[in-house]
Design a protein. Structure first.
Length: 147
């Protein structure tokens, strides 16, 4: 077999693996023109990177950084609206009486929730537990579940 002829993007244009000095046909299993052996080599290298990476690095690499949950917890007459990627850990860190809701969301979604309930704000991420806020949280929770 002849050598792969790369185009301007380093991709093979003749169906061969685009790795240097490789004459194997490119696999059709992925979008990149590499052979099965090189595909496995890339997979093993990526797997090693993921195993050594922190959870945040994995989320960043996958384009998922910032995703997590928006949580609403009540402590006495106040409600905290926060964001986390590890709800179990976060609930252990913050004293609270009950969890009102936890819905999928990003840091941007958390800021939107803060803005939506600004009239109930006490200080920072803490809000007064008034009927309007409790109703708004219940509405958010059920509308998210229905979506």
């Amino acid at each position: 077999m002849g050598k792969a002829t790369p185009n301007n993007h380093g991709r093979s244009i003749d169906g061969l693996c685009s790795f240097p000095n490789c004459d194997n046909p490119a696999t059709e299993l992925i979008a990149q023109p590499i052979c099965t052996a090189h595909c496995l080599k890339v997979y093993r290298a990526a797997q090693a990177l993921v195993e050594d990476a922190t959870p945040r690095q994995v989320r960043q690499a996958a384009g998922l950084d910032g995703l997590g949950v928006i949580y609403f917890i009540q402590s006495g007459e106040r409600i905290k609206i926060g964001h986390t990627t590890d709800l179990g850990r976060r609930l252990k860190e913050i004293p609270h009486d009950r969890v009102l809701a936890a819905i999928p969301g990003s840091l941007t979604d958390e800021k939107r929730a803060h803005a939506a309930f600004a009239e109930f704000r006490d200080i920072g991420e803490w809000f007064h537990a008034e009927p309007g806020l409790l109703h708004g949280i219940a509405t958010m929770r059920f509308s998210t579940l229905a979506a």
